[in-house]
Design a protein around this ligand. Structure first.
Ligand code: MN
Ligand code: MN
Length: 465
């Protein structure tokens, strides 16, 4: 038997290989081109609203039309629905009718950030600040002393809405949250990381020039309001009917001498949303209808009208089904969904929180997660062997590099995605996505190879599942 050892090893052992040992030169060129487009997507889509705006622009340029119930649709036609400017759904109509089901890619385009409170503006010690309430899971100490941008909408008293975008253009001012100097940080330094920067201290410095009348009270607050009024027509009460989001400033950048990584704000989950988008754009006349949904609110539990639990998705799919005389439940029961969301990449600096035999690795391709959840799979939809087997076969047949992935050690923590809300609709669903370093940090890092393989995964699912 000894002479056949390698033959048996090759046959029996699962031995994943680094993607760079398998990638062709042609694929590498395509990967680099794909990542340039993806970086543009990151820079244009700093918030869920900006993401949707850019998706609509890209969809229109790829032949997608706004969906209207009752419109005439044939195989190969492309439509989208803009859900309140905060979420978007796209479909390419298949040649099979919807009773055969659809192939769905579900991602989310909201990302952890700081939202302004309804009454944000105050002054203290002749400095003007905005108070914030953080959105999603952040490590608060990471958000101090970094440049910040401000984006969003303000609905004025007359019902008109104005958009605010400050900090992303070369001549724009930016914003900052200050931290204690080390010289005076002795007591702060003794606190646990999670307590050193309390939420109520995440106050953004927005001005220090007083209103000119020295007799006036609230001169520093008024100085800021005067600017907002002159520039946007805003008065203080208008800030109550506003969604103003504070996000890290700066553009997506290549990282490493070899440029193998991209660092940026918001990879979670724009890296999977863009993979889906590019995937559905590449699909022409699929057999089954291909559907993309970019949900909002995933980072706070997929709640709300723009979240994955909203019936906005059922309405769009229901309308499509009704137009073909197919029941929605019939369509869902034959559908297949990849819940495309990021997973944690193994980080040797923090090896203790990973099970290294089940972790996702940088440059090993798209990470498939049978289950997410926390401590005993709680909250996970836990894909069946059949569903994992189906995606595994599809990806192997399509020569897409993939790996299995678990989000950290069983007892280390956990996380969820939109998968459970798709599964609840009686849709076979599995999680798959890009492994990320420093997930939820102001600047997250991903590998270009894994971004590209996630795109290939989504394209394969839309074309072949
Ligand atoms: Mn996510
Ligand atoms: Mn997340």
């Amino acid at each position: 038997m000894a002479d056949k050892k390698n033959e048996w090893k090759d046959k029996l052992l699962y031995a994943p290989k680094n993607g760079y040992d398998r990638l062709s030169a042609e694929e590498e060129a395509e990967m680099n081109a794909y990542c340039e487009d993806y970086k543009m997507f990151l820079d244009r889509g700093k918030t869920e609203r900006l993401c949707v705006d850019y998706c609509v622009e890209l969809a229109a340029s790829h032949g997608f039309k706004p969906f209207e119930k009752g419109m005439k649709l044939a195989a190969g036609d492309k439509v989208y629905v803009n859900n309140r400017g905060k979420g978007i759904m796209l479909a390419v109509i298949g040649s099979d009718d919807l009773s055969h089901g659809t192939n769905i890619g579900a991602a989310h385009t909201d990302a952890p950030r700081l939202d302004l409170k309804p009454r944000p503006l105050y002054e203290e010690a002749e400095l003007a600040y905005f108070k914030t309430h953080h959105y999603g899971g952040i490590r608060k100490y990471q958000w101090v002393t970094i440049p910040l941008e401000l984006h969003g909408v303000v609905v004025l008293a007359n019902g008109e809405s104005v958009t605010v975008h400050i900090g992303d253009k070369p001549d724009d001012p930016q914003f900052i949250i200050n931290d204690l100097l080390p010289h005076l940080g002795r007591e702060q330094g003794k606190k646990p990381l999670n307590e050193a920067i309390p939420s109520e201290s995440l106050n953004i410095l927005v001005g220090s020039r007083p209103f000119s009348d020295e007799e006036c009270s609230d001169r520093f607050k008024l100085g800021v309001l005067k600017y907002l009024n002159e520039k946007y027509g805003i008065v203080e009460e208008d800030l109550i009917s506003a969604e103003l989001e504070v996000v890290p400033a700066g553009k997506a950048h290549d990282v490493g001498f070899d440029r193998s990584f991209i660092s940026s704000y918001g990879h979670d989950d724009r890296v999977c949303a863009y993979a889906e988008l590019a995937g559905i754009f590449a699909v022409e006349k699929p057999r089954k209808t291909a559907v993309c949904i970019f949900a909002d609110k995933e980072e706070i539990g997929s709640e709300g009208v723009s979240g994955m639990q909203s019936q906005a998705f059922d309405k769009f799919m229901g309308d499509l089904c009704e137009m073909q005389g197919v029941s929605l439940t019939e369509c869902f029961s034959h559908s297949f969904c990849v819940s495309a969301d990021v997973t944690a990449a193994y980080d040797p600096n923090f090896a203790e929180v990973y099970d290294k035999r089940n972790a996702a690795y940088i440059n090993y391709g798209v990470g498939l997660c049978k289950y997410t959840g926390a401590g005993g799979k709680s909250g996970a939809s836990d894909a069946s062997a059949e569903v994992v087997g189906k995606l595994r076969k599809l990806l192997n047949d399509g020569k897409v590099f993939w790996q299995m992935s678990e989000l950290g050690k069983t007892d280390a923590g956990g996380g969820g995605t939109v998968a459970q809300f798709m599964a609840k609709r009686n849709i076979d669903t599995i999680d798959a996505g890009v492994p990320v370093l420093s997930m939820h940090a102001p600047y997250e890092t991903v590998a270009k190879l894994d971004c590209y393989m996630t795109y290939k995964c989504m394209k394969t699912v839309f074309e072949k599942a």
